[in-house]
Design a protein around this ligand. Structure first.
Ligand SMILES: Cc1cc2nc3c(=O)[nH]c(=O)nc-3n(C[C@H](O)[C@H](O)[C@H](O)COP(=O)(O)O)c2cc1C
Length: 137
């Protein structure tokens, strides 16, 4: 297994932030996730099955922005639960969100439906949403 210096979503986020000159922020888990893919899938499946809400460090800076590019990887067919927790706790009302997603093969899965349900008062630019496959050597 190859251990990447940066995750796929972080790589895409860096490209977006460089090309439009915006600040790149990261949602960080309080309890860090393991590097093992199999263990990670097990954890993500538990989070999904038990509707867990993993704790994250504050991301107040994101609230100051009117437009957010929200990147995440497809986990078990949808949004990682830590992203769900973030969106439930922060008032995204009135903001414009451009979602982007990295994945293996399931494109956005359910994530855009989840996003709309979690942020009913945000403008979610699903017509401009982009999902990305990255090939890492
Ligand atoms: C826990 C877990 C669950 C995943 N579930 C899916 C999935 O359901 N569909 C899919 O296409 N890719 C899935 N993937 C692959 C990731 O979406 C893909 O590798 C992504 O680019 C990882 O982003 P990252 O490097 O920023 O963590 C999963 C990966 C992990 C770790």
């Amino acid at each position: 297994m190859v251990e990447l210096a940066k995750g796929n979503t972080e790589v895409v986020a860096a490209k977006i932030s460089q090309s439009i000159a915006c600040e790149q922020l990261e949602l960080q888990a309080v309890t860090s996730y393991p590097k093992s893919y199999n263990k990670m899938v097990e954890i993500a499946e538990n989070e999904k099955r038990d509707q867990l809400r993993p704790l994250f460090y504050g991301l107040e800076k994101a609230l100051k922005r009117e437009i957010l590019f929200l990147g995440f990887s497809n986990w078990c067919g949808g949004l990682p639960k830590i992203v769900v927790h973030f969106l439930e706790n922060y008032n995204i009302k009135g903001k414009t969100i451009f979602p982007f997603c990295t994945l293996e093969g399931s494109a956005f899965g359910n994530s855009l439906f989840e996003l709309k349900a979690l942020c009913p008062h945000a403008k979610i630019m699903t017509d401009r949403a982009c999902c990305t496959w990255l090939s890492c050597l």
